[in-house]
Design a protein around this ligand. Structure first.
Ligand SMILES: [Zn+2]
Length: 168
C-alpha cells in the first residue's frame, strides 16, 4: 500500500507552509516501560535513558509522570489521520492537532506524550498540573523541550503534554 499525502488531501507545500521539517524514523529503537494503558512503547536509547532519569527525579520530588505515547511510525500517523477523515473530520481540522505523516516528532523516537495522575490524557489542562510546572523547571536538565508552545508558527495547537528529547 502506498501512503501519499495526496491520498489524505494534504497540500504539497504543507511542510514549507508550516515550517515543519521531515522527521525520519530512526534505525534503532528500544522498548520502554509499558505506557499508562499497558501498551508497549519504543524510543531511541538516548531518549529512553534521559526519560528514565527524569521520571525517577520527578518521582523523588513527589511528582507523578507517565508515558502516554512515544514512537509512532509514519504508517501509523497515516492511518490515524485517514480514520479521522473517514469519521467526517476535515483535513484542515485534523492538521491542527496531528502533524502530517512524516512530519510528526513521534517518528523520531524522541518525543513523549506525558500524563500525570488526576489529569485527563492529552488535554490543555495539563498545563495547570504540578507535573507541568515541574517539567517547565526541570526538563531542560534532561534535554527535553516543549515542542508546541502556545501560538506555535506551525499552526499545530498548543500541546503542553508533548516533550521532545533534543541533545546539544
Ligand atoms: Zn505528541
Amino acid at each position: 500500500m502506498s501512503l501519499s499525502h495526496a491520498q489524505l488531501g494534504i497540500p504539497p507545500d504543507y511542510g514549507q507552509r508550516c515550517g515543519l521539517t521531515l522527521c525520519p524514523e530512526p534505525e534503532e529503537l528500544v522498548d520502554t516501560e509499558l505506557d499508562f494503558y499497558q501498551r508497549p512503547q519504543k524510543l531511541v536509547a538516548a531518549a529512553l535513558r534521559s526519560w528514565t532519569l527524569m521520571r525517577a527525579t520527578a518521582t523523588g520530588d513527589g511528582i507523578s509522570l507517565f508515558l502516554i505515547s512515544a514512537y509512532r511510525s509514519v504508517e501509523y500517523q497515516h492511518k490515524l489521520i485517514a480514520a479521522k477523515l473517514e469519521k467526517g473530520e476535515l483535513i484542515e481540522q485534523v492538521l491542527r492537532v496531528n502533524a502530517a505523516p512524516g512530519f510528526s516528532e513521534h517518528h523520531l523516537g524522541r518525543a513523549l506524550d506525558l500524563g500525570t495522575l488526576g489529569c485527563d490524557a492529552l488535554v490543555v489542562e495539563f498545563e495547570n498540573t504540578d507535573a507541568f510546572q515541574w517539567l517547565m523547571e526541570n526538563s531542560a536538565t534532561y534535554d527535553f523541550y516543549l515542542s508546541y508552545p502556545r501560538n506555535h508558527a506551525s499552526g499545530i495547537a498548543y500541546e503542553p503534554w508533548h516533550w521532545c528529547f533534543q541533545q546539544g
